[in-house]
Design a protein around this ligand. Structure first.
Ligand SMILES: CC(=O)SCCNC(=O)CCNC(=O)[C@H](O)C(C)(C)COP(=O)(O)OP(=O)(O)OC[C@H]1O[C@@H](n2cnc3c(N)ncnc32)[C@H](O)[C@@H]1OP(=O)(O)O
Length: 416
């Protein structure tokens, strides 16, 4: 018998088999309790979850869902977010992923989504489907004792004003979503956090038995308005009779730079903590420069993170902001043929227009290189030097860099 690929939503046996297949594919223990499966049925939208079934066994999984992605300038676009991609070791390299992803991308384009997004487990998988790396991620480890902060100084700095208070999970669910929605437009690469995100971050919904309650701290400015939040966990290590704890940041975001600085200083002022670890930070995070001794912060990991795939190039290019005025004709190659063509971009700080054109191209690039350029992850000049973008007219890459310049690198604070 062949393998049958079908949507799993609405069928309890299929969706339970799908979760077992998913864990198999991610080399996690495939056993679920009935309670865990029921929780997933109640809270996770499987309307766009596909499974490949070999008799009753689910041998490949794939899911997509609606997401909002912030782009430079502060608007957001409709994204088809892809997750839970696995093929069982018994059925790999037979085209199962290719079948599921090509039909999902075609449906997403048909539906009117602007881009598709995912976090790639391995670099070589998704380029063939027209994706390119669009943000980077950095992990830090800070040696608090070497950081040079004055241990007696109050936090926040009284000269800047404001206050920091601990919150419990219920308070985070109340204050967090509004605060995050004020932060998100200023962070190209950030995505929306639906209610389930907050429920999981605060333990209201526990999908994994190993979940432990974190600490949440809120920064308010001098007027009492929430401007930033940090969530972290601490271990309880002692070495040679001395406290030697590691605080691990789960999330730290702020609307104002003053709040961001105050939250880092707060974390680094917690007595007993000698080390702060933070994953999934922006490549141009305020660390390490906000420390008196920046060498106290070491990069422990650095990699590509969000991958993006154009689905509607005019919608994508008109949604973002441009700091300069100019025209550019982009010829885009697309390995799946979904967006291939030439596009005339007319951009200015007041807004942009983008239409298909028959004019000769200034630049030729693939959808993957466009993804890398779009949020400000890499410059056109760098992509040209890498051979991933061709300048059809001299000076066109420099012109693109004036238009596509962003003051900060894009950052995806979350994993999905
Ligand atoms: C968004 C996310 O969920 S990321 C998570 C991705 N999942 C994982 O990493 C879990 C472990 N890996 C897997 O389950 C599988 O290897 C998958 C899902 C990545 C790919 O499954 P496959 O059975 O290889 O899919 P399929 O047969 O359709 O092949 C896709 C193509 O990608 C290639 N490919 C797949 N995985 C890799 C890889 N890790 N490195 C290089 N090439 C790869 C295949 O060779 C194939 O190329 P071809 O079309 O030129 O022959």
């Amino acid at each position: 018998m062949g393998v049958d690929i079908r949507v799993v939503d609405g069928n309890v046996a299929d969706s339970d088999a799908w979760y077992r297949g998913l864990h198999h594919g991610f080399t996690l223990p495939p056993a679920f309790t009935e309670e865990e499966l029921a929780l997933r049925r109640a809270r996770i939208d499987l309307r766009r979850a596909w499974g490949a079934f070999d008799q009753d066994r689910c041998v490949a999984t794939y899911r997509s869902f609606d997401q909002r992605l912030t782009v430079p300038g502060g608007r957001d676009v409709a994204a088809n977010a892809i997750t839970a991609v696995t093929v069982s070791a018994t059925h790999r390299r037979r085209g199962l992923l290719t079948r599921m992803i090509t039909s999902d991308l075609a449906e997403a384009k048909e539906r009117g989504d602007t881009v598709a997004t995912l976090v790639a487990a391995e670099y070589p998988i998704y380029g063939r489907y027209g994706f390119g790396p669009a943000t980077s991620t950095t992990a830090w480890e800070v040696d608090r004792l070497r950081a040079g902060l004055d241990r007696r100084a109050p936090v926040p700095d009284p000269a800047e004003g404001g206050s920091i208070e601990f919150l419990d999970g219920a308070e985070v669910r109340k204050l967090g979503p509004e605060l995050y929605e004020r932060f998100r437009p200023g962070c190209p690469g950030a995505i929306d956090r639906p209610a389930l995100w907050w429920d999981r971050a605060t333990g209201e919904v526990r999908m994994t038995p190993s979940w432990t309650e974190p600490f949440h701290a809120l920064h308010r400015d001098a007027d009492g308005i929430p401007q930033g939040m940090v969530t972290f966990r601490a271990d309880t290590r002692w070495t040679n009779g001395m406290p030697d704890e590691t605080a691990t940041v789960a999330s730290l975001f702020a609307v104002t730079p003053a709040a961001e600085r105050a939250l880092w200083h707060f974390l680094l002022s917690v007595d007993w903590v000698t080390r702060v670890k933070a994953d999934h930070r922006a490549p141009d995070d305020l660390l390490p420069d906000l420390l008196p001794d920046p060498r106290a912060a070491a990069v422990t990991d650095q990699a590509d993170f969000l991958w993006l795939r154009p689905l509607d190039i005019p919608a994508m290019l008109t949604a973002r902001g441009y700091p300069a005025e100019g025209e550019l004709v982009l010829r885009v190659d697309d390995p799946l043929g979904l967006t291939a063509g030439s596009y005339l971009l007319t951009a200015s700080p007041q807004g942009a227009d983008c239409v298909p054109t028959s004019r000769p191209a200034d630049l030729t690039l693939g959808t993957g290189a466009l993804a890398t350029l779009y949020l400000g992850e890499r410059s056109a000049g760098r992509l040209a030097r890498l051979g991933r973008l061709t300048e059809e007219r001299p000076g066109a890459a420099a012109r693109a860099d004036l238009l596509f310049h962003t003051p900060r690198r894009p950052w995806l604070p979350d994993i999905f």
